[in-house]
Design a protein around this ligand. Structure first.
Ligand code: GLC
Ligand code: GLC
Length: 643
């Protein structure tokens, strides 16, 4: 690493021979940081990443006369934030530089919870660290802890200040302490970057309501319906129960863009001041000790008239610009994409230069699809064609998140199996709200839209697999879903509470701030009774917990589960999913039975496998020269390495 005395001159000399604008920016910055003899690493990263940062920003704002001034201001701000970064985080920056794919380890295991519902407040989260360690977590996503209105908070996703913690949960100092304590325990803190919108109580929105010209330009606000009508010709309705279209009307008659709730105002990134202001908030959040930023609602962050205003190329450019800025000022920070859209579009957010990790909503939706149909076709196809990711990136695989389940599979894929996407979604919705004969699920509809026929599903994993009515297969079903999530590569994520089978929470309806949003049915408070039963094998919670522990422990000990590469394995039994996880000395073969009947895989299908292989989960040696039978909902992790 260059020493600081030498690096400032490097910055002032950088690009002189190649690029006059970059040279001017670098020497301006060098003057700005002259005298700071600790700034070497920052200067080095500017030299390395400034070209990428400019390349992205030019596409968004390069047409403006003040572009160079804007970029200079951004760099000065980034330096200010980097200076504020603690010595521990700077050390983490250096160590992660040398190990960019550290998150691909098979020991990586995520958990997610609401701070208040799981532990009361941030102190409660700190006190829960021993439990997180018992689970084996190395990653913890806490739902947004920042200041937000009461009751109009969308569970924290309507932020009114990114620099203050919701007083009910604690303080900024508490949040910093939690981050440090988690890191000490080997757990990376994950927080949201809710950057598509702010709460209508954020100072910027308050300014815009008062017609402050500066802040009106932060949002999409119109005096009449002309532009809203023009935009709405092409955009989807996301929360139609709450308000039709994409706009909400203010008391003074103006219209404001609100993709989600009316109190969540979409930010206008065509305004470079919005980019800079949110960049400051991003680096502030990073400096709290956050290692992954969950990039909330990425699909929606750029709007262009005449388009669907989702997944536009500028959205990608914007995220890559933030990524380049993070490489400069908070390099340990990685991005996680939350794009719950068509699988082709999900993929476009994933690269080392954009979001290093991403939710895998396709696998999630198809796991539930497969439980309903007992046919692995669509999931098997997705694993074969839509699973492997570019180097340096990973899926976050999950069974349930805090949100609804949307059936975001590709209709083109479904057609390959003669499945009509629209009709099939209708079936799945009926199945999961228990309006289909024989269904074991107890979900509820979310944003049922009779005009379009669109509907999504709310409900906890436990209630959706049948635990609510003590279906005899419910525990095995939930373990089956987690067995796939835990063995298909990337970072598996547990919605905390699933490990003990927490049921739906219908009482949300009595809470004024939650009653109109059925997703709260799958956001129950921590179930202390089930939690206390977790070591008792005579309870459902205990059987589930023991099964989860078995899965997570075996996974962590099995190197073949590192990374994300997978080779699909067609079992030739329509109810049995198959894939291989390659390792240097062979592979682990996963076979998973999605039906309530025993199923066999023919010996002929297994003929390329070794003669026998231990099942890592059950501990028995399985003969692969005769057909292999799986019990209802059983998963086998067959260790074919070194044999
Ligand atoms: C994301 C969150 C969701 C929230 C929405 C608006 O999709 O996961 O809970 O309602 O963004 O912020
Ligand atoms: C966000 C919301 C989710 C919704 C989706 C629509 O991810 O959280 O509820 O289904 O957007 O794209």
């Amino acid at each position: 690493m260059p020493n600081s005395a030498a690096s400032t001159p490097t910055l002032s000399n950088a690009f002189t021979a190649t690029d006059a604008q970059l040279a001017r920016m670098a020497s301006g910055l060098a003057r700005h940081i002259a005298g700071d003899n600790t700034a070497g690493p920052f200067a080095r990263r500017v030299v390395e990443h400034l070209p990428a940062l400019r390349k992205e920003l030019v596409q968004l704002y390069g047409h403006r006369d003040d572009f160079e001034f804007f970029l200079g201001g951004l760099l000065a701000m980034a330096y200010g934030q980097w200076r504020e970064r603690s010595a521990e985080l700077k050390a983490l920056d250096d160590s992660r530089d040398g190990d960019p794919t550290w998150f691909q380890s098979q020991r990586m295991l995520g958990g997610v919870c609401y701070i208040d519902l799981f532990a009361g407040n941030l102190r409660g989260i700190e006190a829960s660290i021993p439990y997180f360690q018992e689970l084996g977590l190395t990653y913890l996503h806490l739902m947004p802890p920042f200041k937000c209105p009461d009751p109009h908070s969308d569970g924290g996703y309507a932020v009114s200040s990114y620099r203050e913690v919701n007083p009910k949960l604690g303080s900024i100092a508490d949040l910093r302490r939690v981050a440090a304590a988690l890191r000490e325990a080997g757990i990376s803190l994950v927080l949201d970057f809710v950057f598509n919108h702010t709460s209508d109580e954020h100072a910027w929105a308050v300014g815009a309501k008062a017609r402050d010209p500066k802040f009106q330009k932060y949002f999409f606000i119109y005096e009449d319906r002309a532009e809203p009508d023009a935009y709405e010709k092409h955009v989807r309705e996301i929360f139609p129960d709450e308000h039709p279209g994409a706009f909400s009307q203010l008391p003074d008659g103006r219209w404001v863009w609100t993709t989600f709730h009316s109190y969540q105002w979409d930010l206008n990134y065509a305004n470079p001041d919005v980019f800079s202001a949110m960049a400051g908030e991003m680096l502030f959040i990073a400096n709290l000790g956050v290692e992954f930023l969950r990039m909330d609602a990425v699909a929606f962050i750029w709007k262009r008239l005449g388009t669907v205003c989702e997944n536009l190329p500028e959205a990608h450019t914007l995220i890559r610009a933030y990524n380049a800025l993070a490489r400069i000022a908070a390099p340990a920070l990685l991005f996680k994409s939350e794009a719950i859209v068509h699988p082709d579009d999900v993929l476009k957010y994933i690269s080392p230069e954009e979001c290093q990790i991403s939710y895998n909503p396709l696998q999630m939706a198809l796991l539930w699809n497969t439980l309903a149909t007992r046919e692995v076709n669509l999931l098997q196809h997705a694993l074969e064609h839509r699973h492997n990711l570019p180097a340096g990136t990973a899926w976050v695989n999950y069974v349930r998140s805090h949100d609804d389940i949307g059936w975001t599979f590709a209709d083109e894929d479904a057609l390959l199996f003669n499945i009509n996407g629209f009709n099939h979604r209708q079936f799945l919705n009926k199945f999961y709200v228990n309006r289909f004969p024989g269904s074991f699920a107890r979900g509820v509809p979310f944003q049922d839209n009779p005009t379009t026929g669109d509907c999504r599903i709310s409900g906890t994993a436990a209630s959706l697999v049948g635990l609510e009515q003590h279906d005899p297969h419910a525990v095995a079903r939930l373990l089956l879903l987690y067995s796939v999530v835990l063995s298909s590569g990337g970072v598996p994520l547990i919605y905390l509470g699933d490990e003990v089978g927490t049921l739906n929470y219908p009482d949300y309806i009595n809470d004024h701030g939650k009653a109109d949003d059925s997703r709260w049915v799958n956001r129950p408070p921590r179930d202390l009774t089930r939690h206390a039963q977790r070591h008792d094998p005579n309870t459902e919670a205990g059987r589930l917990y023991a099964g989860m522990q078995r899965l997570t422990k075996v996974r962590a000990a099995t190197e073949a589960f590192a990374g994300g590469r997978l080779i699909a394995f067609w079992s030739k039994n329509p109810a049995v999913l198959g894939y291989m996880r390659p390792a240097p000395d062979g592979h682990v073969l996963v076979l998973a039975n999605f039906s309530e009947f025993a199923q066999s895989v023919d010996a002929a299908v297994l003929s390329a496998m070794p003669a026998s292989a231990p099942d890592l989960l059950g501990g028995t040696l399985v003969n692969l020269r005769q057909s292999v039978t799986l019990a209802p909902y059983q998963t086998l992790w067959l260790d074919c390495r070194g044999r």
